[in-house]
Design a protein around this ligand. Structure first.
Ligand code: AMP
Length: 337
């Protein structure tokens, strides 16, 4: 929805694939109608796309990038080869090796399925060796990554964008708060924002951009540990922690993603003051009450059926100072069920 609205603004004729991803005939028909194609979810059938895309270049970010990013094992190995700092990890490809591999890294830690995980799904935290025998079955008997638990100060994210001409823009670092593995809110700039941290995160993104001759938005989820930043994961698409850019940045991540893929110059990524984006999860709050108390809140409802853990919309608060933003957050808190 948000990419479509950005496409309208740029005068781009944007079509959304509404068919069945497992139906190659439908995919082929869709690909034949498009100059370029992008995605807002990496869980796509890359084998079928390889056969149905008109060329490797039709998709942005490119198909080989999607293949690596959508698979945690490949993603971590790629980032590790680039020399970027990650939480210590091992790969677990069979039940037989699970116990020894986990014990070699140490507990506590988190098992994550290599594919199809999101919003904390496909993950299991393990504190004691006696928890280990159950892990393989619970997570569905599929390849896993086991990561050592990181005792981080906070979670940050960087939204970056590059076009084919090599122009790059970086949005200010945001601080993310998760509840039950799902992003609850993102505040930008991250409280106690420092140029040093921003520059460090940007060097990580630049490394990845160079390795891939990247086109589009790239999101980096980071753990801050002291002065260090570890990469938790990356996404080759527009990202939930960049939704604040719709109102609170000069150019939104959605517009810049399309600009990058269509060869337009990128727009300025400057933040327009201080902002906090809250996801509306599981059940919608009383939107009218929020509008009355916080008339400046930008509310986006996705028109989805309510379901526990489902993202039904988001809202962004904006203020000219961190203190005034804090006051708005306090007004909002009791209104979010
Ligand atoms: P992920 O799906 O990998 O983004 O994980 C979801 C959330 O789980 C993260 O945002 C963190 O809050 C937490 N998490 C994931 N991996 C680790 C780790 N190695 N150490 C501590 N917390 C983690």
């Amino acid at each position: 929805m948000m990419l479509s609205l950005a496409g309208k603004k740029l005068g781009v004729g944007l079509q959304v694939f509404k068919g069945n991803l497992d139906n190659e005939t439908e995919l082929k028909e869709f690909c034949a109608q498009c100059d370029r194609i992008t995605y807002e979810n990496e869980h796509l059938p890359t084998g079928a796309l390889k056969r149905t895309l008109l060329s490797e270049d039709q998709l942005f970010p490119k198909l080989p990038i999607l293949e690596i990013v959508r698979d945690r094992i490949q993603q971590k190995e790629f980032l590790h080869q680039l020399g970027l700092p990650l939480a210590p990890f091992v790969t677990v490809l069979s039940e037989r090796e699970l116990m020894a591999k986990a014990m070699s890294l140490g507990l506590p830690g988190i098992f994550k399925t290599s594919r199809l995980g999101y919003d904390g799904k496909g993950q299991l935290r393990v504190d004691r060796p006696s928890d280990l025998p159950r892990v393989w079955k619970i997570l569905g008997e599929v390849p896993l990554v086991y990561e050592k638990q990181v005792f981080f100060q906070r979670e940050l994210s960087l939204i970056a964008c590059r076009n084919a001409q090599g122009q790059t823009v970086f949005y200010p670092l945001g601080e993310n708060t998760h509840c039950g593995g799902i992003l609850n809110h993102t505040q930008v700039p991250a409280p106690r924002w420092e140029l040093r941290l921003q520059a460090l995160a940007e060097t990580y993104a630049e490394n990845i951009f160079r390795a891939w001759a990247y086109e589009g938005v790239l999101a980096l989820e980071l753990f801050q540990v002291g002065d260090e930043l570890l990469i938790n994961e990356i996404a080759s698409r527009v990202h939930n922690t960049g939704h604040w850019t719709l109102e609170a940045a000069e150019t939104s991540q959605f517009e810049n993603h399309l600009r990058a893929g269509l060869g337009f110059p990128l727009g300025n990524s400057r933040a327009l003051g201080f902002s906090a984006m809250f996801n509306l999860i599981g059940e919608l709050p009383d939107v009218r009450a929020i509008q009355e108390k916080l008339p400046g809140a930008a509310i986006h409802l996705y028109g989805k059926e309510a379901r526990p853990g489902r993202k039904l919309g988001h809202l962004t608060l904006m203020a000219p100072s961190e203190l005034l933003l804090e006051k708005q957050k306090q007004l909002l808190q009791p209104l979010l069920r």
